[in-house]
Design a protein. Structure first.
Length: 259
């Protein structure tokens, strides 16, 4: 009797163990789901806090200037504690580097939006002029003014200068890519395309940072119109002996005299 009782109880015990094992295994899966949900929310919350800090840094550059921007001020504008900010950025240098990168993305998006409305069904001359107006709108923005101030501050701040050098190269590449898409006719112009971009960049950025007083809008529009004429000249360049040819390295083969 005892032997049969022992044999009969073993399957029951094993079955009960399996049932208990199933019930015990179900709880960790639910817990893991909650952990994953919590982790996902924490990651999202962390990303939002980081973006708020970077937005606050850019806003400080715009509103009070780079020189007056402190980590304490950025934390105040972002609405976060100093500890929370230090969790994301261990030093001011790290924060500034990330803020410049954040500003870079905003500038690229702003430039793209300034020329997105220009359609390809317009002729080259009209697209040139609308492109110039879009570029001027971009240069007149608070974001560009803040960026220019950073560039000025970088003259006496080697760390900031190093950060900006990388940003400038990347921004110029983004602008060139946008211009190539907007003006496919320029693609075959080679060095003349780069020449046209240099003239546009340095003339118009000079206009943006200069202190023009008295009839400013009229004078700006006159310069933009003049630049549009010069870009047309560069695009249709082909007359030997022009100033454009003299100031570009591209040489045309000398014509042979008929024998």
């Amino acid at each position: 009797m005892s032997g049969k009782s022992g044999k009969g109880s073993a399957p029951v015990a094993r079955a009960a163990g399996r049932q208990r094992a199933v019930k015990v295994a179900a709880a960790p899966r639910a817990t893991r789901r909650r952990v994953r949900d919590d982790t996902g929310w924490q990651a999202q919350k962390s990303a939002l806090t980081r973006e708020a800090i970077l937005d606050a840094a850019v806003n400080c550059f715009v509103s009070i200037g780079y020189a007056a921007t402190t980590t304490a001020r950025i934390a105040e504008v972002a609405g976060v504690s100093r500890g929370a900010m230090l969790h994301h950025f261990a030093s001011k240098s790290e924060l500034i580097q990330a803020a410049v990168e954040h500003l870079h993305h905003k500038l690229v998006a702003l430039y793209a939006s300034s020329i997105d409305a220009i359609t390809h069904d317009l002729d080259v001359a009209e697209r040139n002029r609308r492109g110039l107006q879009g570029y001027w709108n971009y240069l007149s923005s608070d974001l560009f003014i803040a960026y220019h101030e950073l560039c000025v501050a970088g003259r006496s701040d080697p760390d900031l200068q190093r950060i900006l050098e990388t940003s400038v190269v990347r921004f110029d590449a983004a602008v060139k890519a946008a211009n190539e898409a907007l003006f496919p006719e320029w693609a075959s112009k080679g060095e003349l395309f780069e020449f046209a971009m240099d003239i546009t960049k340095f003339l118009m950025e000079g206009m943006a940072v200069s202190q023009i007083t008295g009839q400013k809008e009229q004078r700006i529009q006159r310069l933009v119109s003049y630049l549009g004429d010069r870009l047309d000249e560069i695009f249709h360049e082909g007359v030997s002996g022009t100033a454009i040819q003299r100031h570009t390295a591209r040489k045309r083969p000398a014509s042979r005299k008929a024998r």
